[in-house]
Write a protein that binds this ligand. Structure first.
Ligand SMILES: [Zn+2]
Length: 255
C-alpha cells in the first residue's frame, strides 16, 4: 500500500527533515508534497526535496500571513524561486479571515496574483481557506484564466458540504487532514463523505494537527496512515482502496 501525503511543512533542521522522511517511507508514505508559504517554509520545503528528490514534490508560494509585506517584493521572490527549480504547485496560498481579518483586502490581492502566476506557469494551486468562503469563490471567479484553466486543491478542508460543492463545481480536489478524526468535527466528516472518489486527497498538514490516536504529538507524514484508515471506515471503503484512489488523484495533480 502506497500513500501520498499531499501537504506537509518542514523545519530548518536538515537532520530532523531526513529522519521525518525516513519514517514516512517506512510507513508506506512513498510520496508527499513539501509545502512552502513563507520565506522560511519555502526554504525548508526545498531542503526536504533536496533530501529525497524521488519522494518529495515541491509547492512554493506566499500564504495569507505574507499579505502584510510589500506585494511586489513577495511576488518577485516567488517568481525567482519558481524559475530556480521545478515545482509541482504554487502554494500554499489563500485566505484566512479567522486569524487576520484586518488584512482581508491585501490577502485577496496576493491570492489573485498567485492564481495568475499558476496560470502562467501551468501549475496547480494549493489553497488554504478559513472563514472566507465567499471571498475565496469571489477571487477564484475574478481571475481570468488563459491556460488549461483552474486546477488545484483546497487543503485541510474544514468547511461544510455546501462549500465543498462550490469548490468541486470549480474543478477542485478537496484534501482532508487529521481534523476529520477529531471528536467535534462532525461537519468535516459530512464533507469527507460527500466528496467523490475522483476528487479526494489526504494530507497531514504536519507538523500541526496530528490525527487520533497521535493527538498531542508533533505531526509528521508517517501519521497520514491513521487518516487514511479513518476515512476508509467513514466512507465504507477498504483501506487499500482508499489509499490507492487518493494516491492516483495526487499523482494526477502533482506528478
Ligand atoms: Zn499548510
Amino acid at each position: 500500500m502506497e500513500i501520498f501525503d499531499t501537504h506537509a511543512h518542514f523545519g530548518q533542521d536538515g537532520a530532523e527533515t531526513a529522519a521525518v522522511l525516513a519514517r514516512a517511507a517506512a510507513a508506506g508514505v512513498t510520496h508527499l508534497v513539501a509545502v512552502g508559504g513563507s520565506e522560511e517554509l519555502n526554504a525548508a520545503a526545498i531542503q526536504a526535496q533536496d533530501t529525497r528528490p524521488d519522494a518529495v514534490r515541491l509547492a512554493i508560494g506566499a500564504d495569507r500571513d505574507q499579505a502584510i509585506l510589500p506585494a511586489d517584493e513577495v511576488m518577485s521572490e516567488i517568481r525567482r524561486l519558481h524559475a530556480s527549480r521545478r515545482c509541482a504547485a504554487v502554494g500554499e496560498i489563500g485566505l484566512d479571515f479567522h486569524y487576520t481579518p484586518e488584512t482581508s483586502s491585501e490577502q485577496c490581492s496576493l491570492f489573485a496574483a498567485q492564481l495568475a502566476l499558476a496560470d502562467e506557469l501551468g501549475l496547480p494551486v494549493v489553497i488554504h481557506t478559513r472563514e472566507a468562503d465567499d471571498a475565496t469563490c469571489g477571487v477564484l471567479d475574478e481571475v481570468p484564466w488563459h491556460g488549461d484553466g483552474l486546477r488545484g486543491v483546497i487543503h485541510c478542508y474544514t468547511g461544510a458540504p455546501a462549500f465543498a460543492r462550490q469548490l468541486l463545481d470549480r474543478g477542485f480536489m478537496v484534501s482532508f487532514s487529521g481534523i476529520v478524526t477529531f471528536r467535534s468535527a462532525e461537519e468535516v466528516r459530512a464533507s469527507a463523505k460527500y466528496v467523490p472518489d475522483d476528487r479526494l486527497l489526504v494530507e497531514t498538514d504536519s507538523p500541526y494537527l496530528a490525527p487520533v490516536p497521535m493527538r498531542g504529538k508533533k505531526n509528521e507524514p508517517a501519521f497520514v496512515v491513521h487518516t487514511v484508515r479513518f476515512l476508509a471506515e467513514l466512507r465504507q471503503a477498504r483501506e487499500e482502496a482508499l489509499a490507492s484512489l487518493t494516491f492516483a488523484n495526487a499523482v494526477a495533480m502533482f506528478g
